[in-house]
Design a protein around this ligand. Sequence first.
Ligand SMILES: NC(=O)C1=CN([C@@H]2O[C@H](COP(=O)(O)OP(=O)(O)OC[C@H]3O[C@@H](n4cnc5c(N)ncnc54)[C@H](O)[C@@H]3O)[C@@H](O)[C@H]2O)C=CC1
Ligand SMILES: O=C(O)[C@H]1O[C@H](OP(=O)(O)OP(=O)(O)OC[C@H]2O[C@@H](n3ccc(=O)[nH]c3=O)[C@H](O)[C@@H]2O)[C@H](O)[C@@H](O)[C@@H]1O
Length: 468
Amino acid sequence: MQVTIIGSGYVGLTTGVALAYLGHQVTLLDKNPAVVSALVKGSCTIYEYGMDELMQSARHNISFTTSFAGIGSSRVILIAVGTPPKSSGDADLGFVENAVAQIAGHLDGTNYPVIVNKSTVPPGTASRVKTLVNNILLGKGIYSGVKVASNPEFLREGTAFLDALYPDRIIIGAEDRSTTEVLIELYNPIIKQSFTAPACLPRPKGYAGPVLFATNPLNAELIKYASNAFLAMKISFINEFAGLAELLNADIVDVAYGMGLDSRIGDKFLRAGVGWGGSCFGKDARAILYTAQKYGYSLPLVQAAIEVNDRQKKLVTSKIRSSLKTIPGSTIGIIGLAFKPGTDDCRETPATDLISELLNMGAFIKVYDPMAMENYQKQNPGLPVEYAADLADLAAGCDALVLLTEWEQFKNADWQSLRQLMKKNVFIDGRNLFDPRVMDELGFVYHGVGRRVRVKGHTAVADSKALS
Ligand SMILES: NC(=O)C1=CN([C@@H]2O[C@H](COP(=O)(O)OP(=O)(O)OC[C@H]3O[C@@H](n4cnc5c(N)ncnc54)[C@H](O)[C@@H]3O)[C@@H](O)[C@H]2O)C=CC1
Ligand SMILES: O=C(O)[C@H]1O[C@H](OP(=O)(O)OP(=O)(O)OC[C@H]2O[C@@H](n3ccc(=O)[nH]c3=O)[C@H](O)[C@@H]2O)[C@H](O)[C@@H](O)[C@@H]1O
């Protein structure tokens, strides 16, 4: 099937490469010439596990362009442009509308591709897009039979290809059966799992394909917001209890493990930490609050999820202050800049607020991330921090280390040697990556989140289990 994807960012590029891998003819269109020329030269603009292998085997099915010319010959057009927040919290649909206007401007009435919103857009956008396209076509004297669908994206950065090839669900919000069928055809290899799994991403054991749910566009749009708000709320919930656990001298890792044993609760998204980051949870929570407000309604749980997250981000500073006693003049090493492991994305990373707060307090800041240093530096030009070459370079001379991103390689580093390079021995583990007793034994003054006191001889069941 001929597919054009508008926007070659995290969603557009990974979706495009996955669809091309499945055998579709994919055109990746981005308005940014720098993105397109990098992709044409074979250099990927984002880091995502599996990109090189999938790109290599799918290369013959992909083309890159900045031009909308010929877009009418596509069977499906997926819109995957950004929907950033306005200052009101509402989603800014400027990029979507611009893309839609360009699409409509290039349709001549001989062929009507299905136009699909993959971007996260407020409920009602599919019908708004349809009106926009029809008006533009009417202006050209074309009475259009264009179909607009909503097909929200649920991939997570860092596991984008895993999520694209082996999703839990595919939500198709279409106004009629024939439009749904076009999208079923697009996703057929995934629904039937009829493709050969790439070597780097074998089919998960027992995985039998996604649940396909066909509904109307409005429901599909709301499913996306409700899902992200729920996940954000789940993390905020465990973070709220982490604060209480610290006061009680309980251990939130054990508490989360025990909660997750109930299949109604589940063990996912119960990892306490420095708070959720990334380009979507905050933006989407605020956008759906705005939508509710427009209808004179409130969403207090969603509001609280944001408030708890804001409070959580401040927690690290108070932990550093209480353990170092004084911050001005101290050297603090930040371990991890990406908003989560597996990605080079630094949008809304918890590191940003923390670093600026510590700089304002007069600390000297060193930072290190295995993947996200270049992005972070680009996004924060002139920030007075030292970019370390590796963990040893980071640890040297530090009074405190603060772990913000739980990259696997951090877990496996030689912390005994790293400890010896430090001036003082404070370690703030913002992701509860380490076993407190081990860090104690290595000579660190260790603080996790929601697990303040270590009881000698106590064996926390969950310490060795990964909560994901
Ligand atoms: N990043 C993620 O993990 C996920 C994002 N989403 C949603 O998907 C959408 C896209 O997100 P990202 O991929 O992260 O954004 P991004 O910012 O990484 O990429 C968007 C791309 O669209 C291009 N673009 C903007 N307007 C254009 C136009 N008129 N024509 C052609 N290209 C245009 C930009 O140049 C940019 O390269 C957002 O609505 C986001 O909420 C949904 C699920 C996951
Ligand atoms: O709409 C989107 O953009 C996407 O947003 C999230 O995906 P993503 O932001 O890539 O990453 P997550 O794995 O959800 O993590 C988000 C943040 O929550 C934090 N987190 C996650 C899980 C947890 O238990 N605790 C926790 O603090 C992570 O460290 C990270 O900062 C959703 O998980 C995706 O389903 C969705 O498609």
